[in-house]
Design a protein around this ligand. Structure first.
Ligand code: 5GP
Ligand code: ZN
Length: 129
């Protein structure tokens, strides 16, 4: 299947990887809405919230908690917005959760975004050593 997130998950396409285990991979969004915008992606292809396996969903939520702690400690950020798109709202048709770090008084709007640090600067703060 020609799926960009499957290719990232199996290493065919590079990504700025923050975390990986047997079930999920977390990497920086290529077009971040805010500094540190991460995507949490199951390795096995599935479309959306309707199709994802319950156990995988539970695991993803545990990983989200880990990534939140990482973002608060390492960036640091002041809040985190989490969202997950379905149907016409979903551009990449492989389930993923957006973790969008928030900053005091950031006045984030989801069209322009806010990016004080570029992708490489934020990657240095978050990547596994
Ligand atoms: P969706 O609208 O499907 O929830 O969001 C898809 C997200 O995937 C977008 O924020 C977009 O910037 C991101 N994205 C699309 N292609 C790539 C890619 O090749 N690499 C990375 N790191 N992110 C991608
Ligand atoms: Zn896929």
């Amino acid at each position: 299947m020609d799926c960009i997130f499957c290719k990232i998950a199996n290493g065919e396409i590079p990504s700025k990887k923050i975390y990986e285990d047997d079930v999920v991979i977390v990497f920086l969004d290529i077009n971040p809405i805010s500094s540190g915008h991460m995507l949490v992606v199951p390795k096995d292809h599935t479309l959306d919230l309707e199709t994802i396996d319950d156990e995988v969903l539970i695991h993803i939520n545990k990983v989200i908690r880990k990534m939140m702690k990482l973002a608060y400690e390492k960036i640091p950020c002041d809040g985190i917005t989490i969202c997950q798109n379905n149907g016409t709202a979903q551009e990449v048709k492989h389930y993923h959760v957006h973790l969008i770090p928030r900053y005091k008084n950031d006045k984030l709007n989801f069209v322009d975004g806010i990016k004080d640090l570029d992708v490489d600067q934020i990657y240095e703060k978050l990547k596994q050593n």
